[in-house]
Design a protein around this ligand. Structure first.
Ligand code: ZN
Length: 348
């Protein structure tokens, strides 16, 4: 029998060491009332899987989550953006995987029994923090796996309205400057996990931070092409606060944090009125939410739909944004073309 816990688990950033309490994980309750029955069904599956895991004997070796032949330590991240950044820091020293897949909604994700099983065998879990992963607290509660919050130390922006008012805006990675801090946190966490490779992590991190700075500079100079009168970024989700701050754009959105419910007529009307009053030439929506409400804004105003922006997930490898650096370049280009292109002809 092996229920995870033979190996030493380094403590990260003062996080308490969790013990593996199978029953506690199985009894997790969903914070989202509308899926109560689904959650109950999922919990039953989780219970049976965990019982199998706890009483089930051989569980491979080396702790490789889903990769039994690879003896490298395994790092699990909550979403694809973090996985890509982490791979740049880890190089070939660690195996990095994302819990959620490309295109997945991250805020209200419902972990599967497979996710929990995978996480129980990982050596380190990275989460964004700032309330991004609403499901994460319960997810790790019963796991004897250290985790590190990669946003620790960033200058947090608060949400200014709705029921989330005053809470931190979780989308801190939309500023490549913030992601340099994410990198520092990863270097620290990876070095505790694998001290022999600390020098490699530091060198990888420094090289990637130089790339982050270059993409930040490129984004700022690209968005500087947007004329003063058209410096408004109207999107579905209020996910661009950090990018808008960096680029000097006014951020307008339908939902403050996430499209967890139908847009209200008031939310859509507010966006329509802003677009009309400010003659905003183009509006946008994110890849992980429905653009239907924004199409209503398009229909009611003279604005065009400027394109799909990426925030909460990378695309698949053959899609438009397979890496985080691609994501920032893509969004800056789409925004600049749509807002500046119509009147100035300025490209990316
Ligand atoms: Zn989001």
């Amino acid at each position: 029998m092996r229920c995870r816990g033979n190996r030493a688990s380094p403590r990260m950033f003062g996080m308490p060491k969790f013990s593996f309490r199978c029953a506690k994980v199985a009894a997790r309750t969903s914070p989202v009332p509308r899926v109560t029955s689904l959650a109950a069904a999922a919990a039953a599956v989780v219970l049976s899987l965990l019982l199998a895991a706890c009483g089930g004997g051989a569980e491979g070796n080396g702790g490789a989550a889903g990769n039994g032949s690879d003896s490298k330590p395994v790092v699990l991240t909550t979403f694809t953006v973090l996985a890509d950044v982490a791979r740049n820091v880890a190089g070939d020293k660690l195996t990095v995987e994302s819990i959620t897949k490309a295109g997945a909604e991250i805020h209200g994700y419902e972990p599967t029994p497979g996710d929990i099983r995978k996480a129980s065998k990982a050596d380190l879990i990275l989460d964004n923090g700032l309330n991004l992963e609403a499901w994460f607290g319960q997810f790790v509660e019963g796991l004897d796996v250290p985790h590190a919050v990669v946003s620790d130390g960033v200058q947090v922006m608060s949400i200014s309205e709705d029921s989330y008012q005053g809470k931190p805006n979780p989308h801190a990675w939309m500023s490549p400057v913030n992601v340099q801090i994410y990198v520092d946190n990863m270097v620290k966490a990876f070095s505790e996990l694998d001290p022999d490779s600390a020098g490699t992590f530091k060198a990888n991190g420094d090289a990637y931070k130089a790339e982050l700075q270059a993409v930040q500079d490129q984004m700022k100079s690209s968005l500087a092409a947007v004329p003063e009168t058209q410096r408004a970024l109207v999107t579905c989700e209020g996910a661009f606060s950090y990018l808008a701050r960096d680029a000097g754009l006014t951020e307008v959105y339908i939902w403050a944090v996430n499209a967890e419910q139908q847009a209200t007529p008031q939310q859509i009307t507010r966006a329509i009125e802003y677009v009309k009053a400010n003659k905003v030439p183009a509006v946008f929506c994110e890849s992980t939410v429905s653009d239907a409400p924004m199409q209503q804004v398009v229909g009611a105003t003279g604005a065009t739909f400027g394109g799909t922006l990426y925030v909460d997930s990378l695309s698949e490898a053959d899609g438009p944004v397979p890496t985080y650096l691609d994501l920032i370049r893509h969004d800056a280009e789409v925004i600049t073309k749509a807002l500046a292109g119509a009147t100035t002809g300025a490209g990316s």
